[in-house]
Write a protein that binds this ligand. Structure first.
Ligand SMILES: C[S@@+](CC[C@H](N)C(=O)[O-])C[C@H]1O[C@@H](n2cnc3c(N)ncnc32)[C@H](O)[C@@H]1O
Ligand code: SF4
Length: 247
């Protein structure tokens, strides 16, 4: 995404009148650290939003860790133990993700771990929690894998995920790790309080649902579900990202 477009979209988003006390801009992808002008892109977001929040596979963190600030929020994806993570993401990638968490911890940069659960890694919950403890990671995002085209990964059932979450939350409480409630349990906010923007300027309702709802330079206020916003009514996630899950 060109930097001018990034700036304009962030400004439009922040100026859109949400009935919310605060807003968040998350650089994701794809892989945000592959942007040729990543440092400048991060500075634009920091200037507008106070800090940078980002989701990464961690591979390029050694190159960029010196450019982060302590109150940025860097989320590294770890999809299980070495066997499961490398099976899902490619050989050698687990070691790089762990190294990224260690470096962020050493530099005192706020960091979190994102674990996306499928049949390939559902046995790794304790491993992920151990890793959080070892790397000073106090927030764990515990996601369910949504089946998508062009992937052989098999999803788990919704209730199985709820049970694994309950197990993880019990241990997390003892260890002082926070597992935030997500939009799936809290009510889908796609196109109500949030949206995703692709590098080509296409608006999606949510990266997990991938319904095209507009295109930059169309103003963001034109693509939101205002009726739901005024009535404070979330969408049913089983009509969006969870529609392909089994119960
Ligand atoms: C799409 S990635 C992009 C950022 C970065 N490249 C990374 O690997 O984290 C952001 C997060 O979405 C998760 N994710 C990817 N595909 C998913 C799917 N089909 N269902 C649920 N989560 C998914 C990833 O595991 C990752 O934690
Ligand atoms: S589509 Fe799914 S991931 Fe996206 S906001 Fe709705 S419930 Fe959350």
């Amino acid at each position: 995404m060109p930097l001018d477009m990034l700036r304009a979209i962030c400004e439009d988003f922040l100026n859109t009148e949400f009935p919310l006390p605060r807003s968040a801009i998350i650089l994701s992808g794809g892989e945000p650290l592959l942007h040729p002008d990543f440092v400048e892109a991060g500075d634009i977001v920091r200037k507008l939003n106070g800090h940078l929040t980002m989701s990464t596979n961690g591979i390029l963190i050694p190159q960029y860790v010196h450019t982060f600030q302590k109150n940025d929020g860097i989320q590294v994806s770890v999809d299980g133990d070495e066997g499961a993570h490398d099976f899902i993401r490619g050989k050698g990638t687990y070691a790089k993700a762990v190294k990224a968490l260690q470096l962020l911890d050493e530099h005192g940069i706020r960091h979190s771990l994102s674990f996306t659960i499928s049949q390939a890694n559902k046995h790794c919950v304790d491993h992920i929690m151990d890793l959080c403890i070892e790397t000073g990671t106090s927030t764990l995002n515990f996601n369910i894998y949504q089946p998508v085209r062009d992937s052989d990964l098999k999803h788990i059932g919704y209730m199985e995920w709820i049970e694994l979450r309950k197990y993880a939350s019990k241990r997390a409480e003892k260890e002082g790790i926070s597992i935030p409630e997500g939009c799936i349990e809290g009510g889908c906010i796609a196109r109500i309080l949030g949206l995703s923007v692709l590098p080509n300027g296409t608006y999606w309702d949510c990266s997990r649902n991938q319904k095209v709802i507009g295109q930059y330079p169309q103003p963001i206020k034109e693509v939101l579900l205002w009726d739901n916003i005024w009535k404070q009514k979330p969408v049913n996630p089983f009509e969006t990202c969870c529609r392909n899950l089994t119960w």
